[in-house]
Design a protein around this ligand. Sequence first.
Ligand code: UGY
Ligand code: MN
Length: 241
Amino acid sequence: MQTRTVIQPRHALIAPDGHVPSAFPGWTGLTAHVLISPAMGAGFSQLLLLFGETDGMARFEADAHEHLVYIESGEVRASWDGGSATLGPGGFLFTPPQAGLVLLGAPGTRLTVFRKIYQALPGIAPPTALFGNAADVPAEPFLGNERARLKTLLPIEPAFDIAMNLFTYQPGATLPFVETHIMEHGLLMLEGQGVYRLEDCYYPVAAGDAIWMAPYCPQWFAAIGDSPATYLYHKDIHRLP
Ligand code: UGY
Ligand code: MN
């Protein structure tokens, strides 16, 4: 038997062929895959939630974690201490620490949650919850390349210690150089295919694959095939080591 999944000390590629769900108390009507977590050495967790044939519910306690949610398909009613929102495909949500989060998903909903302990900045209050839709966010050329475009979903403000972006490459477009940086990434391929370089390894990747890049993991991507490749990813920002 074979799998495309690779777990290394400083990076991981998690292909759908190896997914095994986790069960969490109080969660109903959904399948939860913890694709990336501190158990593999990451500084965050990345969960894929697949809602089934009935309405389902996932809940996160009000604690030190902030949460980022991105809806691939379906519909979610999200509520947290102080607010609520209904999110459809392309919808995204940030909730700050101590807010808690309940996700009520319609049948067939598919979404990703990034979950990380918020790093406070002395003298600056954590951001308040924020939501929107990727369709309303401009896709900016990446370092001048019109064929590789980035949507920055969250405000780039000091109170945020996290960013969530969508990166779309036309076939043949690439990251312009092999990045090596302190920021950590969790990534989900949303559409298309390509080749991801992680450290010294080159992996074929396609929609549905998740990737963990530890701090300083050299990384590069090239889109291949007949259609654009898009990935969702998060990174930690704005905090001194
Ligand atoms: O924001 C980033 O660091 C991004 N360019 N990295 C990546 O796509 N692997
Ligand atoms: Mn990067």
